[in-house]
Design a binder for this molecule. Structure first.
Ligand SMILES: [Zn+2]
Length: 190
């Protein structure tokens, strides 16, 4: 996920050199609608994926990235909603165990839908159970941007992009805009 306004802080991690930046799928790529499978075991392959996803997320100034967005269809999310950009959160096989009835509307963006921001309603608080990078079971009570972000990223894992909450008219406009942007970038040789 991309926040609407994020102070530009460049995250520098010690082992950044060993990590690879992964290409991010762009809406309306049909692969974004793939439903991810649970991770069977947190092994070296998954830890490598997590590290590459974190490097990719920080490089793109995002606050969250789901494996679906890098064309890996397993239930893995990375997030960092801290102002200092130094508190990575690795969320594997997430499940929402409780959600508040009060909702909040937030302006959301997405690394797969660059330059587009729109209002989406989410639960104001959610409690999420997941496995971390070490394979330990964790439970986190999230609110504010973290709650919004985890709901946004979990949608990706079931093949849902935030623009699907918008009207069909808006969604079609966004689709055309993204296709044009991709074409223009290809013309410029990117
Ligand atoms: Zn997203």
């Amino acid at each position: 996920m991309l926040p609407h306004l994020l102070p530009h802080v460049t995250a520098v991690t010690e082992h950044a050199i060993a990590m690879a930046l992964l290409p991010i799928l762009r809406f309306p790529d049909p692969r974004l609608h793939t439903v991810a499978k649970p991770v069977a075991q947190v092994d070296e392959r998954i830890r490598r994926l997590v590290d590459d996803m974190l490097a990719t997320m920080y490089e793109a100034d995002g606050v969250g990235l789901a494996a679906t967005q890098v064309d890996v269809h397993e239930r893995v999310i990375v997030m960092d909603t801290s102002d200092t950009r130094d508190k990575p959160l690795v969320i594997i096989n997430p499940e929402i165990v409780s959600a508040s009835t009060d909702m909040l509307v937030n302006e959301e963006g997405c690394l797969s839908v660059p330059t587009i921001y729109d209002r989406v309603e989410r639960h104001a608080q959610v409690t999420v159970r997941f496995i971390d990078r070490q394979g330990e079971v964790c439970e986190v009570a999230a609110d504010g941007l973290t709650a919004v972000c985890v709901q946004h990223e979990m949608d990706h894992l079931v093949g849902k992009v935030f623009v699907e909450y918008l009207s069909p008219l808006k969604r079609d406009r966004i689709k055309s805009k993204m296709l044009k942007k991709t074409r223009d970038e290809q013309v410029r040789g990117r």
